[in-house]
Design a protein around this ligand. Structure first.
Ligand code: DSN
Length: 443
């Protein structure tokens, strides 16, 4: 695609380089995916030229007859697919969408939020002290239990005692089914609003391989570019239960998004969200969602066979969190070695991690993008075996605890790992293997 464009040579050369990278590696960051050619076409369309402050049929600028139809259509698709009475498709991405929920419902420095601790798999915007959510709102955060699963009894106890105004469920590094029904009962008992941040699992919910939060929560936030396979963006849905709790909830959310936080919506993104929703409404997408989970389970099984320690002992969804402490290698080092070998994951904290966030003890990986390329369970066995070989190659090169020694170690490790012959040989094998699986949207 990039090669047909005249001008802007440097940028389009770089885009071509990125196309090549995306084709030649195994993209295993669980929040990433490959958008279809149609999603990208809509993202790059003339709708990028338009300003549409406001909402359909109530705009502050002229010339919005088409933008109105696009946004109406996107809303209609969401309502049908998720069975919700209200949706706002304008949030620029997940963090601003979550910020809109705080703006709609919470009084700063007074109302309390309760979310999963960042290092246990929560998101920055769920109350981390480094984000606006922890800076402007009192926070009480819940951990996962010793077994890596959510401890619903402990969460209930905390909610009843702390009386947060808002409880957030839905996570970025949790590999098990979320019991939204139980969360709903807990929020009701505590008198709290319940927000489900389903960014990671939306595609699985749509495909019917993860229970839907719709009957149990008041608000749902999801990004649109992860398992849903759309453009980078987000949506905020209000449920029947939400409207019953607060008849003005939909209006409060809309006002918080615009004019509270944002200006003009990105109409090109809205159009691409509509394309992704059309795609997600097909039987093929249901199959896709089911295959993501099958692949994830197959990958987990082989990783366990290969001696890896998985948080919670496995997975029910699209992602796996590996605790590398038994392999004597840090997550940052393993992630870099894997990248050299052509396997793209991310370093990640594990529960009770003794190491700091930049050098955490684990890696997080998942199957949404590989499944989009058509890979199946037998392919996951190969991938797990490559992961074993790579980790074995760098195992024993432990990250020092001392800060100064750590920085020396990291400098040396980074310099050497990119030249590691074994890893480069695996990268070659992976390039050949990956080449057999087409990437939608890249010719
Ligand atoms: N950055 C996303 C993820 O990787 O999970 C969350 O916002």
């Amino acid at each position: 695609m990039a090669s047909h464009v005249a001008g802007a040579k440097k940028v389009f050369d770089l885009i071509r380089e990125e196309e090549k990278r995306q084709k030649e590696v195994l993209e295993m960051i669980p929040s990433e995916n490959y958008a279809s050619a149609n999603v990208m076409r809509a993202t790059g369309s003339v709708l990028t030229n338009k300003y549409s402050e406001g909402y359909p049929h109530k705009r502050y600028y002229q010339g919005n007859s088409v933008a109105d139809k696009v946004e109406d259509y996107a809303q209609e698709l969401v309502k049908k697919l998720f069975d919700v009475p209200h949706v706002n498709v304008q949030p620029y991405s997940g963090s601003p969408a979550n910020a809109a929920v705080y703006l709609a419902l919470m009084e700063p420095f007074k109302d309390k939020v309760m979310g999963l601790t960042l290092s246990f798999g929560g998101h920055l915007t769920h109350g981390s002290p480094v984000s606006f959510s922890g800076k402007y709102f009192p926070v009480v955060s819940y951990p996962v239990g010793e077994d890596g699963y959510l401890d619903y009894d402990a969460i209930e106890k905390m909610a009843v005692k702390e009386k947060p105004k808002l409880i957030i469920c839905g996570f970025t590094a949790y590999s098990r089914i979320i019991d939204f029904k139980r969360f709903g009962e807990i929020a009701d008992k505590a008198g709290a609003y319940l927000l489900a941040d389903i960014s990671h699992i939306t595609g699985l919910v749509v495909a019917g391989v993860h229970p839907s939060p719709v009957p149990y929560v008041h608000i749902i936030m999801t990004t649109t570019h992860k398992t849903l396979r759309g453009p980078r963006g987000a949506m905020l849905m209000v449920t029947e239960k939400g409207i019953k709790k607060d008849p003005e909830l939909a209006e409060k959310i809309d006002k918080a998004v615009f004019p509270g936080l944002q200006g003009g919506p990105h109409d090109n993104t809205t159009a691409a969200i509509a394309v992704a929703l059309e795609e997600a409404s097909t039987p093929a997408f249901k199959k896709y969602g089911a295959q993501i989970v099958k692949n994830s389970k197959a990958l987990a099984k082989q990783l366990i066979k290969n001696g890896f320690d998985l948080v919670s002992g496995g997975t029910d969804n699209h992602l796996i969190l590996i605790d590398l402490q038994n392999k004597n290698v840090n997550g940052a080092a393993a992630a870099l070695a894997l990248e050299v070998a052509g396997i793209v994951t991310n370093k990640n904290a594990v529960p009770k991690d003794p190491m700091p966030p930049f050098y955490p003890s684990g890696i997080r990986l998942g199957t949404p993008a590989l499944t989009t390329r058509g890979m199946k369970e037998k392919d996951m066995v190969k991938v797990a075996n490559w992961i074993k070989e790579v980790v074995l190659e760098v195992s024993g090169q432990q990250m020092p605890r001392d800060k100064e020694q750590r920085s020396e170690f990291w400098k040396k490790f980074r310099k050497e790992v990119v030249k590691n012959k074994k890893l480069l040989a695996i990268a070659k094998e992976i390039k050949v293997f990956a080449g057999k699986f087409p990437v939608p949207g890249i010719q």
